[in-house]
Write a protein that binds this ligand. Structure first.
Ligand code: PLP
Length: 394
């Protein structure tokens, strides 16, 4: 018998995994399944990025790089912060990682001791609690309420803080809700973190996907003190449709970045060299594709949102960013005779052939997550199927 380490025995498999497996099985059996579970843009990586990566390989850039990443890429990232947020980061304040996910993983490993607490607002991106646990930390959940657009209030943050609190995660725009924190809201939360000396982990991976009149604000840009208190996590996965390239980064306090770089030097050595060249091109080159993808997402959102909330028993706050809808379907589940939203999701897949992710995986079991990172035709068909599925059972 193989005895696995305790730390992996308690790992929860990704919420999307079970539903994706089931959807795949149905597809293999010949069923016409529509998957709305995807967490990645459906567009190709812009061609000039692919070309630049190919050129770099042909020029012989196929060896290790410095653990922190290529100087040229660090400079491009620094420039991005300067242009977008007016933030100044020096080279030793940035670490390039194998995706934003690995930036977060490495960060938790270097800041958490056993029992240290990390405050995570719900609903949360599925990997936060698992990564905290892998670093022997303790996730402390702050329950988001739909009436406050699922955003953590300063009162909630204050109440969740103990003498073991090490950090708080802010993910704006949010996966799965698509909600954005305003500058005022961030300032109020940041004030508390400064008073209690709590590190702010600001996951800004959906920064470029912002709709309507909304704008992205990084908590780090609100004051020099907040900048010093914050580690920003970002990357090119969602902005430039480069999920498979695995390039993300962390920026902030040089002591933390140095420790993370040390750890990276013993775990990954460096992010894939070719992918780093692609990321340089992503930041250096034209940003038209970023804008075009954003506009496509926004158009889809506007078309399907009204159709979604017209379904009996389904309500949904309108997302301000990212590419997910996070409707509350508790009433729809009850109306159609399902005992739980998880069961409703299973029924939806089996009978209507639409795969969505149950909110239980994100810490809010009344909701489901629909990704609109798929073509408008397919989305409209999916929403029509969900509508018909609910109507047929009323
Ligand atoms: N943070 C959030 C909120 C995400 O949704 C994701 C990807 O799904 C990531 C981080 C990780 O991004 P990457 O693909 O760069 O690791």
């Amino acid at each position: 018998d193989i005895q696995l380490a305790a730390r992996v025995k308690s790992l929860t498999p990704s919420a999307t995994l079970a539903i994706t497996a089931k959807a795949k099985q149905l597809k293999a059996e010949g069923h016409d399944v529509i998957g709305l579970g995807a967490g990645e843009p459906d567009f190709n990586t812009p061609q000039h990025i692919i070309d630049a990566a190919a050129v770099s390989m042909n020029e012989g850039h196929t060896k290790y790089t410095a653990s922190a990443g290529l100087v040229k890429l660090l400079n491009e990232i620094a420039k991005k912060f300067q242009v977008d947020q007016g933030l100044e980061y020096k080279q030793n304040e940035i670490l390039v990682t194998n995706g934003a996910k690995h930036a977060l993983y490495t960060l938790f490993q270097v800041i958490l001791d056993k029992g240290d607490e990390v405050i995570i607002p719900t609903p949360y991106w599925v990997s936060y609690p698992e990564q905290v646990k892998l670093a022997e930390g303790t996730p402390v959940f702050v329950e988001g309420s739909e009436s406050n657009d699922f955003k953590m209030t300063p009162e909630q943050l204050s109440q969740a803080i103990t003498d073991k609190t090490k950090a708080v995660i802010i993910n704006s725009p949010s996966n799965p809700t698509g909600m954005i924190y305003s500058a005022e809201e961030l300032l109020a939360l940041g004030q508390i973190c400064l008073e209690k000396n709590i590190l702010i982990i600001s996951d800004e991976i959906y920064e470029k996907l912002i709709y309507g009149e909304n704008e992205h604000v990084s908590i780090a840009q609100l004051s020099p003190q907040l900048k010093e208190q914050t580690i920003i996590i970002n990357g090119v996965s969602k902005s430039h449709s480069m999920t498979g390239w695995r390039i993300g980064y962390a920026a902030g306090n040089s002591v933390i970045i140095k420790a993370m770089t040390n750890l990276a030097s013993h775990s990954t050595s460096n992010p894939t060299t070719t992918a780093q060249y692609g990321a340089i091109a992503a930041y250096e080159g034209p940003q038209d594709a970023v804008q075009e993808m954003k506009e496509a997402f926004e158009h889809r959102l506007n078309v399907i949102y009204d159709k979604l909330v017209a379904i009996p028993g389904i309500s949904c706050i309108k997302p301000q960013g990212a590419f997910y809808l996070y409707p509350n379907v508790k009433e729809a589940a009850a109306l159609t005779g399902y005992g739980s939203v998880d069961d409703f999701v299973a029924g939806l897949l089996e009978e209507a052939m639409v795969a969505v992710v149950p909110g239980s995986g994100f810490g809010t079991p009344e909701n489901i997550r629909l990704s609109y990172a798929t073509s408008l035709d397919v989305l409209e068909e999916a929403i029509a199927r969900i509508h018909q599925f609910v109507e047929s059972k009323l």
